[in-house]
Write a protein that binds this ligand. Structure first.
Ligand code: CAA
Length: 262
């Protein structure tokens, strides 16, 4: 596959590697237009289908993870283009169907759709330079790629309302305190730390990793009772895998597990 708005490369050692996707529209601070989001969706699907990939990382540049949906493109849209064209749903939501873990590695601006794309990742590792915000209200619109739903779930209603209604941007330290990001590291270490986290995941049992992701996602999408039931069934079913036998035998025999991915 060849892409014009993203860069893709495979990183890591071992049987399962990391699919690294770099958003690459530097002149527009990685503003997310349809062409980029189509390419991102295609790359995510290809990595998800590749048995040699265990984990996917999405990152941007030092200055911007992404400064939002592309305002130049949106400025021309009318209701027929957005509703009729299924704007956002049509391609941005591809990421929701990805079953392998997706880590967001964020430096610089993650604004509007950039913040929303980061929140669509399974977790975010932020550089100390990262800035998160939902400034759509200043454009006469609202966050439209899940920001009004995922932000309150991540940071609580008060901070989400503050950010969405006033367009206040928060820095990496505040984002970590609020629970939006899992860790903050110096910018120079962002990719080393993120790729190490991905490598850790690559070396685990794929079926248990996918079921863990599905189960945690249930906690955002349903009731507690349904989520617990879903988790319990996933947990039960993992006892049918060879990797459960291997993982537990390795622990008891004080050796490193050799997972077979089944
Ligand atoms: N769309 C299109 N172009 C963008 C852009 C965006 N979201 N963000 C930045 N750019 C462009 C700028 O127009 C500029 O282009 P030119 O050089 O051709 O003038 C270039 O990127 C560099 O940007 P700035 O000169 O503005 O850089 P700066 O360092 O002075 O400011 C910034 C950086 C604060 C991020 C500023 O660019 C900015 O406020 N960007 C817009 C942020 C925004 O409103 N995002 C929300 C978009 S709406 C959305 O995302 C909807 C949704 O929920 C799906």
């Amino acid at each position: 596959m060849s892409f014009e708005n993203i860069l893709i490369e495979t990183r890591g050692e071992g049987e399962r590697k990391t699919g690294l996707i770099t958003l690459n529209r530097p002149k527009q601070l990685n503003a997310l237009n349809d062409a980029l989001m189509d390419e991102l969706g295609a790359a995510l699907k290809a990595y998800d289908a590749d048995a040699g990939i265990g984990c996917i990382v999405i990152t941007g540049s030092e200055k911007a993870f992404a400064a939002g949906a592309d305002i130049t493109a949106m400025a021309k849209f009318d209701f027929n283009d957005t509703y009729g064209g299924d704007f956002i749903t049509r391609n941005w939501e591809t990421i929701r169907s990805i079953r392998k873990p997706v880590i967001g590695a964020v430096a610089g601006f993650a604004l509007g759709g950039g913040c929303e794309l980061a929140m669509m990742c399974d977790f975010i590792i932020a550089a100390d330079t990262a800035k998160f915000g939902q400034p759509e209200i200043k454009l006469g619109i609202i966050p439209g790629a899940g920001g009004t739903q995922r932000l309150p779930r991540a940071v609580g209603k008060a901070k989400a309302m503050d950010m969405v209604l006033t367009s206040r941007t928060i820095d990496a330290a505040e984002a970590e305190r609020a629970g939006l990001v899992s860790r903050v590291v110096p910018f120079a270490e962002l990719m080393t730390v993120t790729l190490a986290a991905a490598q850790t995941i690559n070396e685990l049992s794929g079926p248990s990793v996918m079921m863990a992701k599905e189960s945690v996602n249930r906690s955002f999408e349903g009731t507690l009772a349904d989520g617990i039931m879903f988790e319990r069934r996933m947990f039960h079913s993992l006892f049918a895998t060879a990797d459960q036998k291997e993982g537990m035998d390795a622990f008891l025999n004080k050796r490193k597990p050799a997972f077979k991915q089944r």
